[in-house]
Design a protein around this ligand. Structure first.
Ligand SMILES: [Zn+2]
Length: 117
């Protein structure tokens, strides 16, 4: 980072890039697990390894789905930046605190509204 104050948009873009890296890593991991599953099945379909691989595959797939969901949230937050509704609570219309946005850059509601839900 080049020092100084990071803007909300820069923070969002950095968080988005981080999620993109996670997705690439998880997709590669999933491909490895799938390849392992294929070779285990090829050797012996009653291989007890099969259950372990299936569990691992489900776990990696769930992590990947979660990361893709976060990516969509960041894309959405960046769009809100473009139309100037970023940082505005979509429930009550009041500004979301800078502290809350620092921790949750893609959050859509203020703390008060989030607590009411
Ligand atoms: Zn609110």
């Amino acid at each position: 980072m080049s020092g100084g104050m990071e803007t909300g948009r820069q923070r969002l873009e950095r968080a988005r890039a981080e999620v993109e890296r996670q997705i690439a890593a998880l997709a590669a991991e999933l491909a490895d697990v799938m390849a392992a599953a294929r070779s285990a099945n090829a050797d012996d379909e009653h291989d007890p390894e099969g259950a372990t691989i299936g569990f691992e595959r489900a776990q990696v797939a769930a992590l990947l789905a979660g990361a893709q969901r976060r990516l969509a949230e960041f894309d959405d937050a960046l769009l809100r930046f473009d139309v100037d509704t970023y940082g505005v609570c979509e429930s009550c219309g009041l500004p979301i605190s800078a502290e809350r946005l620092a921790v949750l850059p893609s959050v859509r509601t203020c703390l008060a509204c989030a607590r009411r839900r």
